[in-house]
Structure formats: structure tokens, C-alpha cells
Design a protein around this ligand. Structure first.
Ligand code: GTP
Ligand code: MG
Length: 313
């Protein structure tokens, strides 16, 4: 073993050798990978750790089977929608979560910092959207259950690190998603724009994906560009906010109901109150570009910001 390993590493390695439980062994291996100094002299050791992690991870996964899931990997849904942060190690996923929500995830300069899903709530105007930070996905190692959480989301924030070749990262991540038949709305985030001196990586990313994906360049570290992320996310989620109004009263502008675009008045009525829907007579709508309180048919598709007054028998 090279002599220049820090005492912390030696100590964790001892625990790893003594551990019996494979789950614990896996966690300790990941910890070793996280704390090992990253330089030429340890490259072989790093590769060795990654191999062990990958092998043990696969063994555990096949033993667990597909039905059993461990509780920490579940995240309670909250807010109007769920957005997951997906990216290679160190791309800045946790930093983005920290800059958009009140969550305080661990952020560190070494890879594989995040090991469990970490939710936070992102405010956008009058609604809240749930962001879930995930462990990284890389050719060396990825947690199999990460893909279950991605599958359960409404949108993926694909985070690429502009400090290194970014197009390759996105293609790799897209391949991992496609290989599992995961198809979700995507927003592409080029992070660490502060490291992209001449803007070379940004240009390459824009050139490769700018036409097909909503793309945004930010620096989570400097706070640059992050302010426009919530709106980009909201627009890509394709949601509408509907405010309900009781006849003769002022509308409730505090708490909108949130639906996917394309939802009809009747579906809104059903969601708000099943019984109301059964006795539905007609609805009046107030909204942008509409004369105040026009009557709409039951199959009218509500628009973002509509105020809806349901009349029933
Ligand atoms: N220069 C620069 N560094 C950044 C930026 N965003 C994050 N970092 C740094 O990059 C490193 C990794 O950041 P994290 O937020 O932990 O990255 P991550 O994608 O969550 O990493 P894993 O959890 O290991 O997958 C940290 O040292 C951050 O301070 C940025 O916009 N610019
Ligand atoms: Mg992280």
C-alpha cells in the first residue's frame, strides 16, 4: 500500500476488512473512495475501489431481488411536481439543490459525496416544486435504485460539468436512461460555467442539444444563472395553475390547484370535489384574454392562471 494515505483512510480500511455484512462493506468502500486523495499515485487504488464497489453492488442487487426496496431510498412526494437531479459525480447536483431550496446537502470536492436521495422544496411564484438530489451515475458505479426514483419523477434536471467535456456526459446519461426505457421531460443544465473560460464547453453543449432540449448555463457556486432555473423547470413541466372561486365570492388566489396542461374543466371539478362533478351544470372562467366570467363547456382545457367558478345543482 502506498505510504501517503491519510490516517482516516487507514482507519476506514481497517473497518472495511473487519466488516462482515456486505451492505456495510459496500458503504465503507464508498467512503474509502470518497476520502482517498485524488492524485496519480493513488489512481490504481481508486480504480481497484471502483471495481470492488461495482462488483459488490451488483451482487447485492441480485440478492435483494427486484421486489424488496430499502426504506431510505423512498422519498415522500410533496408539492406540485417532482424533479430529480441526474448527473455524473461532482457535476454540482447537490450545489444546485442547495441554491434552489432550503435543503442543506453535503457538498464536497470529491466524487460520490451524495449516497442517499435528498429532497428539498423549490418555490416558484405561488407553488412549491420538489427537487430530489440523487447519488451520481457514472460508468464506474451507479446505485440501481436511483433509476426507480428517476422513473417516479415528472422531470429530469440533467446536470453536466462544464469543467470537463460536457457533451460526452450528456450522451452517456441519455444512454443510461434510454437503456432503461426512461423517457421524461428534460432540462439540460450546464453547471460550473465559471470554469468554462472561453465558453468552449457551453458552445459544444448548445450545439449538440440546444435545439432538442431546453438548456441553461449556470454556476451553482457563484449563483450565476440559477435564478432563471425555476421558471425553466416550471415551463418544461407543462403545468397549469387553476384558482377556484365560489359564486358570488372572491376567488381564492392563495392556493392554486395544479394540473397537467390539457386538463378539462370537468376533470378539474372531479379533482376538486367528486360530488360537485356529478352535479356539474356549467363553469365560468376568468383568465387572460377572456371577457370576465365567460361560460365554458365541460371539455374546455384550463389554462395557467384561470379562475374557475363551478356551478352545480
Ligand atoms: N467552480 C465551480 N465549482 C462548483 C460549482 N458547482 C459546484 N462546484 C463544486 O464542485 C464540487 C462538487 O459539487 P457537488 O454539489 O457536491 O456535486 P455533486 O454532483 O452533488 O457530487 P456527487 O454527490 O459526488 O455526485 C464541490 O467542490 C463544489 O463546490 C460551480 O458552479 N462552479
Ligand atoms: Mg451530491
Amino acid at each position: 500500500m502506498p505510504a501517503n494515505l491519510p490516517p482516516q483512510y487507514i482507519e476506514v480500511e481497517k473497518r472495511y476488512r473487519e466488516a462482515k455484512d456486505p451492505e456495510e462493506k459496500l458503504l465503507l468502500l464508498k467512503e474509502l473512495l470518497a476520502i482517498i486523495p485524488k492524485h496519480k499515485g493513488t489512481e490504481k487504488l481508486q480504480a481497484d475501489l471502483k471495481r470492488k464497489i461495482s462488483k459488490l453492488g451488483d451482487q447485492l442487487q441480485s440478492r435483494r431481488g427486484s421486489g424488496r426496496r430499502m426504506a431510505p431510498y423512498r422519498v415522500e412526494p410533496e408539492g406540485a411536481a417532482r424533479v430529480v437531479l441526474v448527473g455524473e459525480p461532482n457535476s454540482g447536483k447537490s450545489s444546485i439543490l442547495a441554491s434552489l431550496t432550503n435543503a442543506s446537502p453535503q457538498v464536497a470536492s470529491y466524487p460520490y459525496t451524495t449516497q442517499l436521495p435528498q429532497p428539498g422544496m423549490m418555490p416558484y411564484q405561488d407553488i412549491q416544486i420538489q427537487l430530489v438530489d440523487l447519488p451520481p451515475i457514472s460508468p464506474e458505479y451507479r446505485e440501481p435504485w436511483v433509476f426507480d426514483l428517476i422513473r417516479g419523477s415528472d422531470l429530469i434536471l440533467l446536470v453536466a460539468d462544464l469543467g470537463r467535456p460536457a457533451v460526452e456526459q450528456v450522451r452517456y446519461l441519455q444512454g443510461e436512461l434510454e437503456g432503461r426505457s426512461i423517457s421524461k421531460p428534460l432540462v439540460l443544465v450546464g453547471n460550473k460555467v465559471d470554469l468554462d473560460g472561453e465558453g468552449e464547453q457551453s458552445k459544444l453543449l448548445e450545439g449538440a442539444f440546444g435545439e432538442s432540449l431546453p438548456t441553461i448555463f449556470v454556476s451553482a457556486l457563484k449563483g450565476e444563472g440559477v435564478d432563471s432555473l425555476p421558471e425553466k423547470i416550471f415551463n418544461s413541466l407543462k403545468l397549469v395553475r387553476v384558482y377556484s372561486k365560489v359564486p358570488g365570492k372572491k376567488p381564492d388566489m392563495e392556493q392554486p390547484f395544479v394540473f397537467p396542461q390539457g386538463t378539462t374543466v370537468l376533470e378539474v371539478a372531479t379533482a376538486i370535489h367528486k360530488e360537485v362533478a356529478a352535479r356539474f351544470k356549467y363553469a365560468r372562467i376568468w383568465g387572460e384574454g377572456k371577457p370576465g366570467g365567460i361560460m365554458v363547456p365541460t371539455d374546455y382545457m384550463v389554462k395557467d392562471g384561470d379562475i374557475l367558478e363551478i356551478h352545480h345543482s
